[in-house]
Design a protein around this ligand. Structure first.
Ligand SMILES: [Fe+2]
Length: 318
């Protein structure tokens, strides 16, 4: 089906001003703003769309009170888009916009759409030079310190759903998302939108209480330094609350930092995820492997006393 990646995520905003402030602090670029809502973009141009609550022609919320409304996946060609439409029309209502974007609801009533991919696939950033033992690549130079993050793209999206089995059938069997890993007993499934991809682009967790919830969207940043720089900026300087992080996922190997959003769920900065191909062998994990390590409440500011000490940058000057 040739799905390229996450193109757009649509939310309603109960407090538009607050939601816009969050997206700007997150490091996204405002590309449109008006009565119909606001649009913020990652560096490849994929978008977070905010709509007012009463905006017409929005997919319904999958659950009362949920602000997440739709994820739109980019598809490589009109031929593939037509094939997806044909597949979806077998058993559900599909609407089509003038530009060819198709919309429907998935088995858990989550809005899902597909459109022709017109973004860059990846931003080729200049890689940071990391020094490994015996392999020194950064010589006579300090590593980069990020004041804040500028997310490159949306890497993955996660939901908590009551009917994980039906969702897996829909995305894996019908839309061709390969399964990367699972939690045993139908607890959660990690899927990717193509064979050669990040470890996961879609993460679905079984809902114990029967409610559907938006869990998070993860934004890729350059490297671990930008995960820290972004997380510190939004939490310490802008006062948004850490959901969990920083930390490291053992399942995808990625570094992470999740921050609570004013439209529900969390946004995650991530870096250094496993990138897999058809040779990847899925594992069914018997125990929760959310993190190898993580901080629960973010990183507190250094104590004043610590700040006032002669700093390392002054060392040698005394
Ligand atoms: Fe994630």
């Amino acid at each position: 089906m040739a799905i390229v990646g996450l193109d757009t995520a649509v939310f309603t905003a109960p407090d538009m001003k607050k939601a816009k402030a969050f997206l700007a602090d997150w490091g996204l670029k405002k590309v449109r703003d008006g009565k119909k809502g606001a649009v913020f973009a990652t560096r490849i141009g994929s978008e977070i769309v905010l709509r007012p609550d009463d905006y017409p022609a929005l997919p319904p919320a999958a659950q009362e009170g949920m602000h997440f409304r739709e994820m739109i996946w980019g598809v490589s060609s009109r031929k593939h888009l037509a094939a997806i439409r044909k597949e979806l029309e077998r058993d559900r209502e599909v609407t089509v916009d003038a530009d060819g974007t198709i919309h429907c609801l998935d088995p858990n009533n989550i809005g899902v759409g597909f459109r022709l991919w017109q973004r860059e696939k990846r931003v080729k950033a200049t890689p940071e030079r990391f020094n490994h033992a015996g392999h020194y690549r950064r010589i006579d130079a300090r590593a980069k310190l990020y004041e804040r993050a500028q997310p490159l793209r949306m890497g993955h999206i996660g939901f908590i759903v009551p009917n994980l089995e039906a969702a897996e059938k829909f995305y894996h069997k019908r839309l061709g998302f390969p399964i990367s890993d699972k939690y045993a007993g139908g607890a959660a499934t990690f899927m990717r939108n193509a064979e050669r991809e990040d470890h996961h682009n879609l993460f679905l967790i079984w809902s114990r209480d029967g409610n559907t919830r938006f869990h998070h969207i993860a934004f890729e940043v350059n490297d671990i330094h930008e995960v820290f720089g972004g997380g510190l900026y939004v939490t310490r300087k802008q006062g948004w609350q850490t959901e969990v992080g920083p930390g490291r996922h053992p399942v995808s190997s990625a570094y992470f930092w999740y921050v609570k959003t004013p439209v529900g769920g969390a946004f995650e900065y991530f870096s250094d995820s496993d990138f897999v191909t058809g040779n990847w062998k899925p594992v069914s994990f018997r125990e929760n492997r959310f993190s190898e390590w993580h901080l629960v409440d973010g990183i507190p500011a250094p104590e004043e006393g610590y700040r006032d000490r002669p700093s390392l940058s002054n060392a040698g000057k005394a």
